[in-house]
Ligand binder design. Structure first.
Ligand code: EAX
Length: 321
């Protein structure tokens, strides 16, 4: 009974949008100082400022609230407010988003950002909105590179038989099978220990994540394969969002844009400083990779998306200048 009454009061307060103060928890997988941490903090600071303190916030970093797949589920049921996540597991909830996870699709950061900031990005945020989630803004993780403990990877032959952790994403898994590795999907919070204990030989992530997670402690080799662009997205729970007034929704959208901008700035910084940082920390960095043979072998993964949706979106993304 008590819970019922508390629930009624909470619902009434949400319905009027007039609560005195509400603390928003922003979950993400990485450290508080990472590119996601910087973005989560920018969200909180902007929201607090725009709302004159009606909303405050705090980060729940480092996968404290679970892996990215768990956190997305938490948003759907309303146990979580807000998450900054890669699109890694998002295609399991919104399959149209797999289009963004296709390997060797985006030419460079400029291409990816223009696509996400334009019509295509808006359409995909709307698709997210049809699946019991609220897509507030596209943020960024970065171009992903292969690291491993065994040997320098220069050609697909060097990937042969490597046990490589991938995200829980069937496009990525199919791509790595094609390129010769043995993909092992795993939630990010389990990854460091799995690398340390040799459960997997390698993994793939952007410089941002390799540095934020100090993977140099457990990985010797990194190859700048840039095999796929990894978008991130600021997602809200519909349970929270649908209870907001239009003005409050506007604040959340603005805060998400500020979050994405702060994260992208940090990605830029780390892309500049990253390779030196990796070397300083003892990694052997292979920079001159011929991507064409990797791309040819990864192409089989396109059918994971195109079998269901055709090639129109792929062509549209390629055409973005
Ligand atoms: O979103 O799972 C991953 O490898 C992601 O790139 C990471 O958690 C940041």
């Amino acid at each position: 009974m008590k819970h019922f009454i508390t629930g009624l009061i909470a619902a009434a307060v949400l319905a009027t949008g007039a609560q005195a103060q509400q603390k928003i928890v922003v979950g993400h997988a990485l450290s508080p100082t990472s590119h996601y941490g910087v973005g989560a903090q920018a969200f909180i600071d902007t929201l607090t400022e725009l709302s004159g303190g009606t909303f405050t916030g705090e980060q729940a970093p480092a996968g404290q609230l679970g892996g990215e797949r768990d956190m997305i589920e938490g948003l759907q049921i309303g146990s979580l407010d807000l998450v900054v996540t890669s699109t890694g597991p998002l295609g399991n909830f919104v399959p149209e988003v797999f289009a963004l996870d296709l390997p060797f699709l985006f030419r460079d950061y400029d291409h990816a950002r223009k696509t996400l900031d334009g019509e295509i990005g808006q359409e995909l945020l709307a698709k997210i909105g049809e699946n019991n989630l609220v897509g507030l803004a596209w943020s960024e993780n970065g171009f992903r590179h292969v690291t491993n403990s065994q040997r320098p990877v220069r050609t697909p032959a060097d990937l042969e038989g490597l046990k490589l952790r991938t995200m829980e994403n069937k496009v990525h898994m199919t791509a790595f099978s094609g390129m010769g590795a043995a993909p092992t999907p795993m939630a990010f919070p389990e990854l460091f220990t799995a690398l340390q204990q040799g459960v997997v030989d390698g993994q793939e992530n952007p410089v941002t994540v390799i540095t934020a997670s100090k993977f140099w402690e457990v990985q010797k080799h990194v190859s700048l394969t840039g095999h796929v662009y990894s978008p991130a997205v600021v997602l809200a729970s519909p349970v929270l969002f649908d209870g907001l007034t239009d003005e409050q929704k506007g604040w959340f959208m603005e805060a998400a844009k500020a979050s994405a901008a702060a994260t992208r700035a940090e990605v830029n910084r780390l892309e500049e400083a990253g390779v030196a940082l990796l070397r300083e920390n003892g990694m052997e960095v292979i920079t001159d990779i011929d991507k064409a043979p990797f791309a040819a072998l990864a192409e089989a993964s396109y059918s994971v998306y195109t079998d269901q949706y055709g090639t129109e979106m792929v062509d549209r993304i390629k055409a973005v200048q």
